[in-house]
Write a protein that binds this ligand. Structure first.
Ligand code: ADP
Length: 341
């Protein structure tokens, strides 16, 4: 029997429930703290405990996963160094693991988004250039940790100093900050699935995030809002979303352009789930500030299907289930090389 594995965080419950429903044996890599939590769920067949997720690259741990297919998610990028993922991990990964570097490195990320002809926010190469509202980001996918706003060099330096003092940003991270135009509009996260077996793109679902502190500002009077120099963007949860139907044709064409661009720049290109993350501005244009080259946690909302999957499937279809189906189909067709790296 084929096995599906993942790391114990992010969207592990969705992934392993779906894998189990599709007839796979399920395996979880958990840290010590969360073993008890994941032990509550009967669809997880085996839990392998490590001190830190990075240990997945150790040989004796890899041995335990060797006949499984590993589904990568945000925790793999955030907590396992990419060199280890690319070079040391021998466990077959569902999706294109080389795309993860393009997601984590902001310069590569921007290059791929531009290759896909997406509109992106303006980038500022130094704090001296800041002449409008900007959002300042740390590298990596850590759910908005340490993001702050600034509107000129002085506010940039003041906020940075403060965040370092509070231990939210480390001193050595200072050189890696990425300064980007803040786009005013409604944030939208588009969850796609590209099937290399069918050469077909599906829109699976859409969400928006619930972020602390930024989503809490409207709950306090304006006088107190004035004292908040840097709202944080830490993700706490997600809301489901449907778009105006007239926006959907463009949503599909943006996803298709992304798949084509990724094939031109990153080996096998996008495989399976990916997400375009952006803001619809006042003209209704989608300005894309991020992509994720793997499943995003916003898909957890739709474990029982979404309004979009319901149009194509006569059964509840989640992203996790779609992944498990693709793997099963690839096994039947003997085409696993098309979906694994
Ligand atoms: P991460 O990759 O760490 O999860 P994101 O880059 O997706 O974080 O951004 C976190 C949040 O910051 C988004 O949900 C959005 O609200 C906000 N954001 C990011 N970039 C911009 C931007 N250029 N303009 C406006 N808001 C932004």
């Amino acid at each position: 029997m084929m096995k599906i594995s993942t790391l114990g965080s992010h969207c592990a419950l969705q992934l392993l429930k779906s894998a189990k429903d599709e007839g796979f044996h399920t395996l979880l890599l958990s840290d010590r703290k969360r073993k008890g939590f994941y032990g509550r769920f009967k669809f997880i067949d085996e839990i392998i405990v490590v001190d830190k997720f990075e240990d997945i690259a150790r040989e004796e741990i890899q041995d335990k996963f060797k006949d499984s297919i590993l589904i990568p998610h945000g925790t793999l990028i955030a907590q396992v160094p990419l060199d280890k993922v690319e070079r040391d991990l021998k466990i077959p990964i569902f999706g294109n693991k080389y795309l993860l570097r393009w997601e984590a490195d902001r310069t590569l990320k921007e290059k791929l988004l531009l290759e896909a002809k997406l509109k992106v926010p303006k980038r500022f190469s130094s704090p001296d250039e800041i002449d409008s509202l900007v959002i300042v980001k740390l590298p990596g996918a850590e759910g908005g940790r340490g993001y702050f706003l600034a509107y000129n060099k002085e506010s940039f330096e003041r906020n940075l100093k403060n965040l370092i003092k509070r231990g939210i940003i480390k001193k050595e991270e200072e050189d890696k900050l990425y300064i980007q135009e803040y786009v005013l509009g409604t944030p939208v996260f588009l969850h796609y699935f590209y099937s290399p077996l069918k050469d077909e793109l599906e829109l699976i679902s859409i969400d928006r995030r619930y972020e602390t502190i930024v989503d809490s500002i409207g709950r306090i009077p304006a006088t107190y809002q004035k004292n908040l120099d840097y709202p944080s963007y830490l993700v706490i949860g997600n809301f489901p979303l449907v778009l105006r139907e007239s926006l959907l044709p463009e949503v599909y064409s943006m996803g298709e352009e992304f798949v084509k661009a990724s094939k031109r720049l990153v080996g096998k290109g996008a495989i399976g789930p990916f997400c375009l993350e952006g803001v619809y501005n006042e003209k209704g244009e989608f300005i894309c500030f991020e992509f994720s080259g793997r499943i995003v946690a916003g898909t957890n909302l739709f474990i029982d299907g979404s309004p979009y999957t319901w149009l194509n499937y006569d059964e509840p279809m989640s992203m996790g289930k779609r992944i498990a189906r693709e793997i099963r189909r690839a096994i039947e067709l003997k085409e696993l090389d098309k979906i694994l790296t």
